[in-house]
Design a protein around this ligand. Structure first.
Ligand SMILES: NC(=O)c1ccc[n+]([C@@H]2O[C@H](COP(=O)([O-])OP(=O)(O)OC[C@H]3O[C@@H](n4cnc5c(N)ncnc54)[C@H](O)[C@@H]3O)[C@@H](O)[C@H]2O)c1
Length: 368
């Protein structure tokens, strides 16, 4: 970050986000959930899905694309499973309630799985496995999203960046948490690049001729017009196994649409056949596995911790001085941001000031 970028304390941002959500009509307890999911992203150094996305929710609520009051309806249920209709409420509230339900089932029966339809953007997928980890469980979360990834050998954005999040407790301070999109780079990172006026790397996105494009704004504008697409993990074609990323994104699409009789692919674009804005109809899938149903939790934590330690102790590539395991960088960031605060780049400052003015949140005075 350049030296002149201001950093805001975590507590200030958390409280501002909560006030923006309540100002938009989200009930106070649910606004607290939404703000908590967003601040967790910022605290963990995932710039794309925290305060950077607040304006997106603000705009969507204003346009009626998502509803500030969440109607979380369980439409089908068994001891270990449930199907939930989110009725276009707040994705974070739906996500937290669905994961709580999966955890409650896992506590009682060893496993819990909850499929959700008609939801909205739920933020970082990793938030939800972290809830399971706190209960001594393995947690998983998946979601579909607006079309952006082109299938291997296609140039058309069809699948969302469909993240996979998998977390497990270890005997270390830091749990294992893999939380990433199934595209090389996700939409939010293009938004961050666009805000900073920077370019994407060649090979991340293509135009309708299959040529690489690096202007972040062109990529973002191109999805809806079917003029740009992201490449799946592994990249274009088959040489670096791009089909594996494409297939993983498809697995996430199945888990997020088929079990819950939800919508999928282009129906999630947010634009109806009449060209008008419509809800995103997103689907999610959550799973919690009670470790104690399989083995003593301490044994599991020790084995998983040992896997992490042995991986990090592997022989290093020339010039490299450290090997990471998933979740480590974000865990370190949580410690840093608690002291340093969260960086607010100029375009984000503009969004924050706009929301502050619109909702008359005059109790906040920011250094910009
Ligand atoms: N809600 C949505 O629609 C949606 C869609 C896409 C992505 N997202 C979110 O965006 C966030 C960022 O996704 P991303 O694809 O940019 O993630 P990313 O490419 O930054 O990858 C992050 C993952 O890789 C791990 N990692 C990083 N470096 C590593 C290393 N050297 N060794 C081992 N592991 C390493 C991290 O610990 C983390 O688990 C995620 O939280 C994801 O859930 C949300």
């Amino acid at each position: 970050m350049p030296n002149d970028i201001p950093y805001l304390p975590v507590q200030t941002l958390l409280s501002f986000m909560r006030d923006v959500f309540t100002g938009c009509g989200v009930p106070a307890d649910e606004a607290a959930i939404c703000a908590e999911v967003l601040i967790t992203s910022d605290r963990r150094g995932i710039e794309s899905h925290g305060i950077g996305r607040l304006k997106m929710y603000f705009d969507r609520i204003k346009k009626g694309i998502q509803l500030p009051v969440t109607n979380f309806e369980i439409v089908r249920e068994s001891p270990t499973t449930a199907v939930v209709d989110g009725h276009h409420g707040m994705g974070q509230v739906i996500g937290v309630r669905a994961m709580e339900l999966a955890i409650a089932k896992a506590k009682q029966y060893g496993m819990g799985a909850v499929a959700v339809r008609n939801s909205t953007h739920f933020g970082i997928a990793g938030y939800y496995p972290l809830m399971a980890i706190k209960e001594g469980m393995i947690g998983m979360a998946f979601t579909n999203a607006r079309p952006s990834i082109a299938p291997t050998f296609s140039v058309q954005p069809m699948l969302g960046t469909n993240p996979i999040a998998f977390g497990a407790p270890t005997d270390e301070e830091c749990p294992f948490l893999f939380d990433a999109a199934t595209s090389i780079t996700q939409r939010g990172k293009f938004e961050v690049l666009a805000r900073q006026g920077k370019s994407a790397k060649p090979g991340w996105a293509i135009n309708s001729l299959g040529e690489t494009i690096t202007n972040a704004e062109d990529v973002l504008q191109g999805f809806a017009k079917d003029a740009a697409a992201l490449l799946p993990l592994g990249g274009a074609g088959e040489d670096l196994a791009g089909y594996k990323g494409y297939d993983l994104a498809t697995i996430v699409e199945i888990l997020s649409a088929s079990l819950q009789q939800g919508k999928f692919l282009w129906d999630l674009s947010g634009i109806g056949p009449d060209g008008k804005t419509q809800p995103n109809y997103l689907g999610h899938f959550f799973m919690a596995i009670q470790v104690e149903a399989f083995c003593p939790l301490d044994d599991f934590k020790h084995t998983t911790g040992e896997i992490m330690r042995q991986l990090r102790a592997a022989r290093k590539a020339p010039g490299e001085d450290r090997i990471f395991t998933a979740g480590e960088k974000e865990f370190a960031n949580e410690k840093d941001t608690a002291v340093r605060g969260i960086p607010i780049v100029p375009n984000l400052q503009k969004d924050i000031l706009e929301m502050k003015k619109a909702l008359k949140l005059n109790q906040y005075s920011f250094p910009f």
